[in-house]
Design a binder for this molecule. Structure first.
Ligand code: NAP
Length: 331
């Protein structure tokens, strides 16, 4: 085992897009578990848009950052965390973590399913997509969907799950023409567009001339205004995230026709996936057989090497990923 541990720390609060200068890698001896804890060697890290929000205040400066991580117990002083066990925990952004059983989840092993799926379709990303469709949109068979941020982790999982749940037409928007084409070819979208190629409302009208029943919104801003215009009667907006604003110090207000919300009896509902952990088992029951049969594929961009975690995070904020952005420990 390597006897040096690395942690990532935030050194300053950014205005707008963060840069590598807002972070430092700090070396220390590998920590020792104390009674009631275990030492975990981390294997996979999730870098997420909400980390950008946390950089504005919730991440303590000059301290190891936190994030969702999978690792293997390598030294244990608690019988609930046996050595060799693969666990999920939130003390990420570091090569080694000392954790207690109350802050870890032992991960079920599913034959034929890659471990990284526990951070993508079977993890918080997949749970967000699944809850958005089943609990917030209350998807009905044949519903036509529009998904913003369609090429990201939540966006790709939303389309794949929606298809399996019997949705109708799937329209998605993404940041490049290449991503838009990929989504149609590989992810199951019927129509897609690059949101940089014109006003979103015009692009959406062209992509979904007959309207939509559900809008799953990962982006906010213009996308939200456009989708409210395109929704049919009793349409639903699932507010998942607002990534178009995370790097914008003062976001402009979103113009939309407020009367539409009344006249079309629309429902606009946001949610936080952390309030739906009770749906995790249902997600396994739904998704694992589909993964095993090949009807469901995890969409992931995997970056190798913990030393590239900051680059992976910054790249994800600028659209460098297709599917869930994941960092993997060097073999
Ligand atoms: P992701 O979509 O995999 O990655 C972020 C993507 O955002 C990038 O790939 C980029 O793709 C897009 N993006 C960046 N700037 C943008 C802009 N100005 N306008 C439009 N798109 C932009 O990340 P994710 O983890 O799946 O998260 C997606 C959204 O869900 C985020 O808003 C996140 O905060 C939210 N979320 C919410 C919950 C919850 O509990 N409510 C849970 C998980 C995630 P392009 O190349 O297409 O621009």
């Amino acid at each position: 085992m390597n006897d040096i541990a690395l942690t990532v720390q935030q050194t300053a609060r950014p205005t707008g897009f963060p840069t590598p200068e807002h972070f430092r890698f700090a070396e220390s001896p590998v920590p020792e578990p104390t009674p009631g804890t275990a030492l975990v060697e981390n294997l996979y890290w999730s870098v997420d848009p909400y980390h950008r929000e946390m950089m504005d205040g919730d991440f303590e400066l000059d301290s190891p950052l936190e994030g969702r991580t999978l690792g293997r117990v390598i030294d244990s002083r608690d019988p609930a965390l046996p050595e060799g066990e693969i666990v999920f925990h939130r003390r990420g952004w570091r090569t080694h973590s000392v954790v207690g059983p109350e802050e870890t989840r032992r991960l079920p092993h599913f034959d034929g399913v890659p471990l990284s799926a526990h951070l993508s379709v079977l993890g918080g990303t997949g749970l967000t997509a699944y809850v958005g469709l089943t609990r917030i949109a209350r998807l009905r068979e044949g519903d036509d969907l529009f998904v913003s941020g369609a090429a990201g982790g939540v966006g790709t999982a939303t389309a794949r799950f929606a298809r399996l749940l019997g949705a109708g037409r799937l329209v998605g928007s993404a940041g490049t023409a290449a991503k838009a084409a990929y989504l149609k070819e590989h992810v199951g979208y019927d129509e897609t567009f690059d949101y940089h190629s014109g006003p979103v409302a015009d692009l959406l009208t062209k992509a979904a001339p007959d309207g939509i029943d559900v809008f799953v919104d990962n982006v906010g801003g213009d996308h939200l205004g456009a989708a409210i215009g395109a929704l049919r009667e009793r349409g639903r907006v699932v507010r998942v995230g607002t990534i178009s604003q995370y790097n914008t110090p003062v976001a402009p207000p979103v113009p939309f026709n407020h009367a539409d919300v009344v006249e079309k009896s629309l429902r606009i509902e946001g949610f936080l996936v952390r309030d739906y952990t009770d749906v995790q088992e249902e997600l396994y029951e739904f998704a694992v057989p589909q993964l095993r049969s090949g009807r469901l594929t995890p969409d992931e961009t995997v970056v190798d090497g913990f030393e590239r975690i900051v680059d992976a995070f910054l790249s994800m904020l600028r659209g460098g990923n297709t599917g869930k952005m994941i960092v993997r420990a060097a073999a």
